[in-house]
Design a protein around this ligand. Structure first.
Ligand code: CP
Length: 305
């Protein structure tokens, strides 16, 4: 069984195949009838143990656009609160003849663990601080769409690198596609050993990063993953690392602004930057549907119709 557990496991050719397939689905999504019957005899369950707006809706829409039957499971409101384990929960769902699992979980490695116990494809929709592969694919796809290619482009990933599965998956994807990557944020959120292990450039100056970059992917501070504060306040973080209109105007060049969402407006990104001409944030969300259609279709092993 093939799974999509992380970008780390993919080759550049795998990523390019997903992009070429997403190009075809993006074309389908521009048509008056946005559906194809490719997965019409497939049932997919979206198993979410952690909150989501974009990823969950995007997967559900991708599945429905492919003609699949869709089941949505949230841990909140389920028998997880009565002590049922992840494996029991998923085995019970699969016994009702479900063909694929999309899973988000707050524990890093949860989908990898599950993949050793079930024999249907699993798509990782975000596991703890590990990976968020479809987010990185839609991010790189959006850069390719905006700039023509990812190869040779300078991408700054800004903010809470240590706790961000988006950062890790983006770093894997962008490096495989030949981009140059710099991470920027407070030293407490980018320890030296992490930057060395990731094999990327590091700076602790947001101005320096933006002066260098073609694209800035700005991340939220993930307070829910921090056991103790790693900076004094969100206001101080915003003053030192917030991407503001004033900062962008002072650069004398344009930097494309990305954000995976949810945005904390006025903290990592000012509203007039998030909604400004440089922002491709909503294009990222739009592209997520085609990317997830491509990933589900390729994992299903079907021929495209
Ligand atoms: N980008 C992203 O994963 O957003 P959600 O948490 O809303 O799914």
């Amino acid at each position: 069984v093939k799974h999509l557990l992380g970008i780390r496991d993919l080759t550049r050719q795998d990523i390019e195949l997903i992009f070429q397939t997403a190009d075809q689905f993006k074309e389908v999504l521009q048509r008056p009838i946005k559906k194809v019957p490719t997965l019409r005899d497939t049932t997919i369950v979206n198993v979410f143990y952690e909150n989501s707006t974009r990823t969950r809706i995007s997967f559900e829409l991708a599945e429905k656009r492919l003609g699949a039957d869709v089941i949505n499971f949230s841990a909140s409101g389920s028998s997880v609160s009565k002590g049922e384990t992840l494996i029991d929960t998923v085995h019970n769902i699969l016994s009702m003849k479900v063909d694929m699992v999309v899973m988000r979980h707050s524990a890093s490695g949860a989908p990898h663990f599950l993949s050793r116990h079930i024999d249907v494809p699993i798509v990782n929709a975000g596991d703890g601080i590990n990976e968020h592969p479809t987010q990185a694919l839609l991010d790189a796809f959006s850069i390719r769409e905006k700039l023509g290619s990812v190869e040779g482009k300078k991408i700054a990933i800004c903010g809470d690198i240590m706790h961000s599965r988006v950062a890790l998956s983006n770093i894997y994807a962008l490096k495989k596609l030949g981009a140059e990557v710099t991470v920027v944020g407070p030293p407490t959120l980018i320890p030296k050993h992490l930057a060395d292990a990731l094999g990327v450039n590091v700076t602790y100056s947001i101005r320096e990063a933006l002066e260098w970059a073609d694209v800035a992917n700005v991340l939220r501070i993930q307070l829910e993953r921090q056991n103790m504060p790693l900076f004094s306040s969100l206001r101080e973080y915003s003053l030192a690392y917030g991407v503001t209109r004033q900062l962008l105007n002072s650069l004398k060049k344009e930097v494309i602004i990305m954000h995976p969402g949810p945005i904390n407006r006025g903290v990592e990104l000012d509203s007039n930057v998030a909604d400004g001409n440089e922002s491709i944030i909503l294009q990222q969300v739009e592209n997520g549907v085609a990317i997830r259609m491509a990933a589900l279709y390729l994992l299903s092993g079907r021929k495209i119709n």
